[in-house]
Design a binder for this molecule. Structure first.
Ligand SMILES: Cc1cc2nc3c(=O)[nH]c(=O)nc-3n(C[C@H](O)[C@H](O)[C@H](O)COP(=O)(O)OP(=O)(O)OC[C@H]3O[C@@H](n4cnc5c(N)ncnc54)[C@H](O)[C@@H]3O)c2cc1C
Length: 296
C-alpha cells in the first residue's frame, strides 16, 4: 500500500483497543491489525472481578466483547491480519508487513501481548495438540465435559482455568511443579469446588494410551483425558526487526529500543504486572505519545 498512514496498532487486546479508541476519537483513524479474535487474552479469563465498573464481576469474554463494541461505537474497526515484521525506514517512518500487504506508517503501537511459555515435556509432541494444550479456548473447542483435565501450573492462570473448567462440569486436577503461587482466594474457591491441587511434583513424561498417562517425579502416574499447560507467559517481541530491539545487560532480547514513533503497550512491556487495567492505561499512554509525535 502506497498511502502513508498515521498510526498502525498491532494487536486488538485491551491495550490495542484502548489505544485505538483514543486515537479514533482524536481523528487519526488508526489501522488496528489483529491475527485472531479481537479481545486478546482477556477472552481466556473466567471471571474478572477487579475491573472497576463491574461490581458483580464479568466474564473475560464478555468484557472483551464490550471493549470491541466500544471501538465500533467510536467508528473504529479491526482488520484481520497477522503482522510478520515491523522495521524502520530511512526517513524515520515504519514498514509493517503482514502475510498479504505492507503498510507504511508514521507511528506504530505494538500491543501483541504474551505467548504461553513452552515446557519441554518428554512425549508431549508425540501425543499431539488434541491432547496437550496451551490454550484453554482451543481445549474448550475440542472437548466436552465431564472429561478429566490435568492442569500443569500453580499460578493465577492455572487456578482461573481450573475454576472455569470445573464450572462447566469437567473433572479437574491441578499439578504444580513447586509451591502453589495463586491468590489465596482462588485456592479457596478451588478447594470448595473440590478441584484436586497437588504441589511439588513435575511431569517427567506423557504417553497416549487411549487416555493420557502422565508420569511425574516422586508420585505415581496420573491418568487424564487432556493436559492443559499453564506455566507462565513471555512477551511476543518476535515481529520487531532486530534493529528495533534493545538488549538487556545479559544479552536477552528485551523491550524495543527507544525510538520516536514506536511505542509498546500492554502485557508485552508489563513484566509480571499483567492486568487488563494496566494494559489499558499503557495503551492510552502509547496513544497519547503517538498523538504528541504526530501533532508536532
Ligand atoms: C486466565 C487469565 C485470567 C486473567 N484474569 C484477569 C483478571 O481477572 N483481571 C485482569 O485485569 N486481567 C486478567 N488477566 C490478564 C489480562 O487478560 C491481560 O493483562 C490483558 O489481556 C493484556 O492485554 P494486552 O492487550 O496487552 O495483550 P493481549 O490481551 O494478549 O492481546 C494481544 C493481542 O495481539 C494479537 N497479536 C499477537 N501477535 C500478533 C501479530 N503478529 N499480528 C496481529 N495480532 C497479533 C493477539 O492475537 C492478541 O489478540 C487474565 C489473564 C489470563 C490468562
Amino acid at each position: 500500500m502506497d498511502e502513508m498512514l498515521s498510526v498502525v496498532i498491532v494487536g486488538a487486546g485491551p491495550a490495542g483497543i484502548a489505544a485505538a479508541i483514543y486515537l479514533q476519537r482524536g481523528g487519526f483513524d488508526p489501522l488496528l491489525l489483529e491475527k485472531g479474535v479481537p479481545g486478546g487474552l482477556l477472552r481466556h479469563a473466567n471471571n474478572v472481578e477487579n475491573y472497576p465498573g463491574f461490581p458483580r464481576g464479568i466474564s473475560g469474554t464478555r468484557l472483551a466483547e464490550l471493549f470491541v463494541e466500544h471501538l465500533w461505537a467510536m467508528g473504529g474497526s479491526v482488520k484481520n491480519a497477522t503482522v510478520k515484521c515491523i522495521s524502520r525506514c530511512e526517513d524515520g517512518t515504519f514498514a509493517v508487513s503482514t502475510l498479504d500487504e505492507e503498510y507504511r506508517t508514521k507511528t506504530v503501537i505494538i500491543a501483541t501481548g504474551t505467548r504461553a511459555k513452552l515446557v519441554d515435556i518428554r512425549g508431549a509432541q508425540a501425543v499431539g495438540d488434541h491432547r496437550a494444550f496451551y490454550d484453554i479456548l482451543e481445549l474448550l473447542d475440542m472437548t466436552r465435559p465431564p472429561e478429566k483435565i490435568l492442569i500443569y501450573g500453580g499460578g493465577d492462570a492455572a487456578f482461573d482455568y481450573g475454576l472455569n473448567l470445573d464450572r462447566r462440569g469437567y473433572d479437574v486436577t491441578i499439578l504444580c511443579r513447586s509451591r502453589i503461587k495463586c491468590l489465596p482466594l482462588l485456592r479457596e474457591r478451588a478447594e470448595h469446588a473440590r478441584i484436586r491441587a497437588i504441589e511439588g511434583h513435575s511431569i517427567t513424561r506423557v504417553m497416549d494410551e487411549g487416555r493420557l498417562r502422565v508420569e511425574t517425579d516422586g508420585m505415581g502416574p496420573i491418568e487424564t483425558d487432556r493436559l492443559l499447560i499453564a506455566c507462565g507467559r513471555e512477551p511476543r517481541l518476535d515481529i520487531l526487526a532486530s534493529s528495533l530491539i534493545a538488549l538487556s545487560s545479559t544479552g536477552e532480547r528485551t523491550h524495543a529500543a527507544d525510538m520516536p514513533g514506536l511505542y509498546l503497550a500492554g502485557d508485552i512491556v508489563a513484566d509480571r504486572r499483567r492486568q487488563a487495567g494496566i494494559a489499558i492505561g499503557s495503551g492510552l499512554n502509547a496513544a497519547m505519545l503517538a498523538e504528541q509525535y504526530l501533532r508536532k
